[in-house]
Design a protein around this ligand. Structure first.
Ligand code: M6R
Length: 585
């Protein structure tokens, strides 16, 4: 949610480097963008509404620059509300939410502000603190005491070279060069220059100037020493390559990612299930697509190891936190590992002694770092807003974990789980070919003019019906709704009209009966199943996956959603109103 990126160094084209890097962070927010440069001591700002991807501009000479791509929270999408914000001597970009900003704005004088943002209030607060004679780092520490909420900020101060950054809750990573330092919300922004990084943790700040970075505690000012970490990210992984969009590239990446997700040694899996087995009450915590994955995982555990795990969307967990204590296991699933709703539950859970198992795609993310046991899904960078390869990799890993959980009762279970998943991965590899994609595209052409779509499934395919709806809604803007197949006749069937497309996940006899009920009311039935049933008007074949059906069944829907978006002339990578990593509550 919002991408921020800065460089301080000896290159003379800092502004252009920031422009290029911000384009790689655009998946984090794309309402507007802005860049500040410092040249010969003078700070100037350029900001505009709209996407940064098409921007061609030469920022000329500058050795320091910082920029921002925005996902609007406070105030509409306007030039005034775009970052950076300047107030007095302070120029600032911000990712996060300053919850009590109105109070502080009033104290400073609401008439002094040009924008509606909470960010400008941080700039004003810092400027006011500087006026009292504080040094910039002291002013940032004082301001942090006043700010309620999560933030990552980058600050330039007039007359003082270098940049200040501070973090509480929103990610910031430093890229270390010999004579230059980068700082960004995510690594791809600077990966072409360096793969040596330092992670800024919560309640830490840093001052960067050229190749120097001075870290300190945001509460006490005490110096902090950081370890250099080498990341093994590949630049190509974060690029589209031969594909037109990241979404389709990432759908095709599933040829490899499912097999990679289960590439963990048994010891780590056993450690993860031990945490579960020693608990008294376990909760899956996640949001959006990851939440739908946890709902599928609930079925996997119930069916494979006989364990009941509670599934709660992270944003709803506050009502159940009274049940969380030192005996509880919290299992967090998050692609980014930075989702604010998830993190907050984990932070509070940790305080009462709950044990945390995290499944993320970003090994160094906040969720991964707070966990007692972390299982990376190893799917490689996922950039499209719509989660595809991360979701199937998360499901594969949960499926394997359920088998690992059953090892005590049925020795050899882990191997059995691996076998099923290997065969699933290889069938998916066969499925994902251009001919299959063209066939899905042809179905998309037939239904693209429809305003509503419904999806049904049973068992672990029920959460996949819900996930299918998310995929279709978010990239094609067609109203789509998923239901448990058996629930239709209890109400939703009233919505069925002639020619409304209904995706039917599965070919078991009960689901097929439900499909017939839909067809009898005029629906066009698109079956997604290993076998073709007579009731299907169209059939998207998926392999028979021996209990892991949910993993394969979502793939044709991902393709369908992608082609619907393309046929409607939409950008599937950057759907309206959305952003990739949701670091605000
Ligand atoms: O990074 P996370 O997995 O924690 O993100 C959670 C959701 O915001 C995310 O799954 C979202 O629903 C997807 N981008 C939708 O495709």
């Amino acid at each position: 949610m919002c991408g921020i990126f800065a460089i301080s160094g000896e290159r003379e084209t800092a502004g252009n480097i920031v422009l290029k890097g911000l384009k790689k962070l655009e998946y984090r927010g794309y309402d507007s963008w802005g860049i500040a440069i410092r040249d010969a001591g003078k700070i100037s700002i350029e900001k505009q509404i709209g996407k940064i991807s098409g921007v061609k501009k030469d920022f000329g000479k500058s050795t320091e620059s910082m920029g921002h791509t925005r996902w609007a929270t406070h105030g509409g999408v306007t030039n005034e509300n775009a970052h950076p914000h300047k107030f007095g001597k302070i120029t600032l970009v911000h990712n996060g939410i300053f919850e009590n900003f109105l109070e502080v704005k009033k104290e400073i004088g609401a008439e002094k502000f040009k924008s509606e943002t909470d960010t400008e209030v941080i700039a004003a607060l810092l400027d006011e603190l500087l006026e009292t004679g504080l040094e910039p780092d002291e002013a940032i520490r004082e301001a942090a005491k006043k700010i309620v909420g999560r933030f990552a900020i980058l600050v330039m101060v007039e007359g003082i070279p270098g940049l200040f950054a501070a973090r509480r809750g929103s990610p910031l990573i430093l890229g270390r060069g010999k004579t230059e330092t980068f700082i960004a919300s995510d690594i791809p922004a600077f990966l072409e220059y360096t793969n040596t990084v330092n992670y800024l943790d919560d309640n830490e700040m840093v001052y960067i100037s050229g190749g120097t970075a001075i870290f300190s505690n945001l509460k006490t000012g005490d110096p902090i020493t950081k370890r250099d970490i080498t990341v093994n990210w590949k630049i190509e992984e974060a690029e589209k390559g031969e594909f037109e969009h990241f979404m389709i590239k990432e759908i095709f990446d599933q040829k490899d990612t499912i097999a990679r997700a289960i590439n963990h040694d048994d010891e780590l899996l056993k450690k993860a299930v031990k945490l579960l087995q020693e608990s008294n009450g376990a909760y899956f915590i996640a949001c959006g697509t990851a939440h739908k994955v946890t709902s599928a995982a609930e079925y996997f555990f119930a069916e494979i190891s006989g364990r009941k795990i509670n599934v709660v969307p992270a944003g709803e967990m506050p009502s159940f936190e009274k049940f969380v204590n030192e005996e509880t296991a919290l299992i967090a699933i998050s692609q980014s590992g930075e989702t604010a709703d998830v993190l907050e539950i984990l932070e509070r859970g940790k305080k009462v002694g709950a044990k945390i198992l995290a499944i993320t795609n970003v090994e160094t993310s906040s969720v991964a770092r707070i966990a007692d046991v972390h299982l990376p899904i190893q799917a490689g960078v996922e950039k499209a807003v719509a989660s595809t390869k991360a979701a199937t990799a998360q499901m594969a890993l949960c499926f394997l974990l359920a088998y690992a959980d059953a090892e005590n009762i049925r020795p050899g279970s882990i191997n059995r789980g691996r076998e099923i998943l290997r065969s699933t991965a290889s069938s998916i590899n066969d499925l994902l070919n251009p001919r299959y994609a063209e066939y899905v595209e042809a179905i998309a052409e037939k239904i693209v003019d429809r305003r509503n779509m419904f999806i049904i499934g049973r068992g672990a395919l029920y959460p996949m019906a819900l996930e299918s709806a998310i995929k279709i809604q978010e990239v094609s803007y067609i109203h789509a709704q998923g239901f448990a197949a058996g629930e239709l006749k209890h109400g939703p069937i009233a919505l069925i009209e002639k020619r409304v497309p209904c995706l039917v996940l599965g070919d078991d006899s009960e689901t097929i009966s439900n499909a017939m009920e839909l067809k009898a009311r005029g629906a066009r039935i698109i079956g997604i199943a290993p076998t073709r049933a007579d009731v299907f008007d169209e059939w998207l074949r998926v392999p028979d996956c021996n209990g892991a059906q949910a993993i394969a069944s979502i793939i044709p829907v991902q393709l369908l959603a992608y082609h619907l978006a393309i046929l409607k002339g939409l950008d599937p990578d950057m759907p309206r109103n959305l952003a990739k990593s949701v670091t605000v509550k």
